[in-house]
Ligand binder design. Sequence first.
Ligand code: GRF
Length: 188
Amino acid sequence: MKVAVLASGRGSNFQAIIEASENNELPNVSIELLIVNKKKAYAIERAKKHKIPFYLVESDNKERKLFESEMIEILEKNDVDFIVLAGFMRILSPLFVNKYNNKIINIHPSLLPLFPGSHAHKDAIEAGVNESGCTVHFVDEGVDTGPIILQESISIDKEDNEETLAEKILPLEHKLLPKALNLLSSKN
Ligand code: GRF
């Protein structure tokens, strides 16, 4: 499976995939390239360090259609057949999503369908729930609404806040995303 990772920032989930791949935990996955939409994305440094080709496709002040066609050109040139959103903070159009139907997955820091969107930790804390976690799901036309592949949960303590919850969930994400990728790339 020829995989492209799309990221916007820190890229710790990208790093988790790189490490799983380097440790032979993703035998059917080849990480072909990284696309970032922000030039300051730290994910770029990780790509450089591990000699993974990376492309900056800036999204600011650019029409979505143009932004996505630039990405599609890169994906097609490199024969990418699977896309992992790893902290990619840009909503993809139905056109893009349908082109890669069931070929795009995303990692989200909540137990979907609870707390979709970009404030998942804050929303979980404010809702007063006593557990949260992370979800890997297929990307459909909605925001964090696609079919769920895997989830992992943790308990929320009374002392937890947005930051401590994020710190608790992140290591789970780093396990769940490679696990899902391995599952989806395994033949039978
Ligand atoms: C993660 O919490 C992920 O679930 C969310 O954005 C964050 C990205 O972190 N979608 P990183 O860039 O992978 O470190």
